[in-house]
Design a protein around this ligand. Structure first.
Ligand code: NAD
Ligand code: UGA
Length: 435
């Protein structure tokens, strides 16, 4: 099938490459000329494991192309995906200006039946607004459908998540659109559940799912706080809870809290749309609050090691909001590092891939020194703070660290990567979360 995707960011590019991989002809469109230039030159504008090979393969096979022109996409493809960002407005609600602009431009260029599919994460009833926008700007008599097809991929695992999803959700209101969407995903139908709903349910499934996952994380962080007051160990508690299939073992890792481009913004957007519809979603406000307080908790754990933090050097290992990505959007490291600096600490930071983005996100020139490997970052520091559970940290050479550090090796592990008993045996002052 011929598909055009407007918005070639994390989601648009992964969707484009994966749809090409399962046999479709895809045009990825973006109004960021620089991004399209990079892609046309065979390079990647983002870091996502395996994406460069997949893009290269499908470009070579002529199933994947890039453009800055929406008109070209509307002309070529019957299925038009909208995968632009939906960032938060100052009050927390989703800014739909990009979705609106793209819907308008698609509508203005339509001459024949088209299906406009929202892949962006949007508040419930956005589909209705996309429809109204198209109605307003499309030439008279041109037929169209609107659909919702929320995306559930995770950064760092985006390709396997897209190609082997737990479910595909399709929100439609016509049989014609339903058939086309099912045809699009038919190569994946034997590996997953395909759920067809109305547009509103599909939109809500996305916000409700992300918020539930965020709730699970805040819940386990709250339980970890209780564990710290007793001899209970959150790792054992989470394991014991997770064996219950109704609870499930995933997303029960206590730590520095959730960040990223989605959970924080989607939680706020869900709270706001609920408020607009007349429901006060207090439960989710508490989820946000617990997450905010995790940053304070980590800072306190660092502070507890010193008479005063003023003038102390802390090595921060891991800056990205999670491993296997260079994404710094809402990374817990930003808030935590800023708070440590406010207390007078100096930071030596290391991340395997997110350093360049971190420089922009954290700023604080002078107070943060960035290093290209973990051992140079810890040189002369008085404590190590782990904020992202990058695989390479698992392999750290503790003897070497002991030599590099300017004091007894202290590790504040914001991601519970190590076992306290083992650390004790190695003579390391180890502080985890809820352990
Ligand atoms: P992104 O910022 O990486 O990409 C969005 C792209 O849209 C940018 O390249 C931007 O230049 C482009 N764009 C904006 N306006 C445009 C216009 N008028 N014409 C053409 N291109 C335009 O965002 P993202 O992370 O890919 O997220 C996109 C949507 O998908 C959001 O709603 C997000 O919540 C949702 N989502 C993201 C993820 C994720 O892991 N990043 C996962 C699931 C869902
Ligand atoms: C999340 C969802 O997992 C995806 O299904 C969804 O498509 C995406 O948001 C989105 O809508 O954009 P992502 O943000 O890439 O994906 O990352 P996650 O793996 O979900 O992690 C989010 C944050 O939660 C990270 O900061 C991570 O460190 C934290 N986390 C995760 C925990 O603190 N504990 C856990 O047990 C799991």
């Amino acid at each position: 099938m011929k598909v055009a995707i407007v918005g070639t960011g994390y989601v648009g590019l992964v969707t484009g490459a994966c749809l090409a991989e399962i046999g479709h002809e895809v045009l990825c469109i973006d109004n960021n000329e620089e991004k399209i230039k990079i892609l046309k030159s065979g390079k990647m504008p983002i870091y996502e494991p395996g994406l460069d090979e997949l893009v290269e393969k499908n470009v070579k096979a002529k199933r994947l192309k890039f453009s800055t022109d929406i008109k070209e996409g509307v002309k070529a493809a019957e299925l038009l995906f909208v995968a632009v960002s939906t960032p938060p407005l100052p009050d927390g609600s989703a800014d739909l200006c990009y979705v609106e602009a793209v819907s308008k431009e698609i509508a203005e260029n339509m001459t024949d039946y088209r299906i406009v599919v929202s892949k962006s994460t949007v508040p419930v009833e956005t589909g209705m607004w996309i429809k109204r926008t198209i109605e307003k700007y499309a030439p008279k008599g041109v037929e169209y459908d609107v659909a919702s097809n929320p995306e559930f991929l995770r950064e760092g695992k985006a390709i396997s998540d897209f190609l082997n999803p737990d479910r595909i959700v399709i929100g439609v209101e016509s049989d014609r659109a339903r058939k086309k969407m099912l045809e699009l995903y038919s190569p994946l139908k034997d590996r997953t559940h395909i759920l067809v709903t109305n547009i509103e349910s599909a939109e809500l499934i996305k916000h409700a799912s992300n918020s539930f996952l965020a709730l699970k994380i805040s819940y386990i962080n709250a339980v970890a706080n209780v564990c710290e007051k007793t001899k209970a160990d959150i790792k054992e508690v989470a394991l014991g809870m997770g064996f219950d299939k109704r609870i499930g073992k995933d997303f029960l890792e206590a730590g520095a809290g959730f960040g990223g481009s989605c959970f924080p913004k989607d939680l706020s957007a869900f709270i706001k749309i609920a408020e607009r519809l007349g429901y006060d979603f207090k439960l989710l406000k508490e989820v946000q609050d617990i997450n905010r307080k995790q940053a304070d908790l980590i800072v306190q754990k660092v502070k507890d090691n010193f008479m005063t933090l003023n003038g102390k050097t802390i090595a921060v290992l891991g800056l990205a909001f999670k491993p296997d990505t260079d994404d710094m959007r809402n990374a817990p490291s930003i808030d935590i590092i800023k708070k440590l600096i406010q207390e007078g600490a100096r930071i030596r930071a290391y991340d395997p891939v997110a350093t360049e983005n971190a420089k922009h996100a954290i700023g604080q020139e002078g107070s943060v020194l960035y290093h290209s490997d973990m051992y140079s970052a810890v040189k002369g520091a008085e404590a190590i703070l782990i904020l992202t559970d990058w695989g390479e940290f698992k392999e750290m050479d503790f003897d070497r660290l002991k030599k590099e550090l300017g004091a007894k090796l202290t590790i504040i592990d914001g991601r519970n990567m190590f076992e306290p008993a083992q650390m004790k045996e190695l003579g390391i002052n180890y502080i985890g979360i809820g352990r």
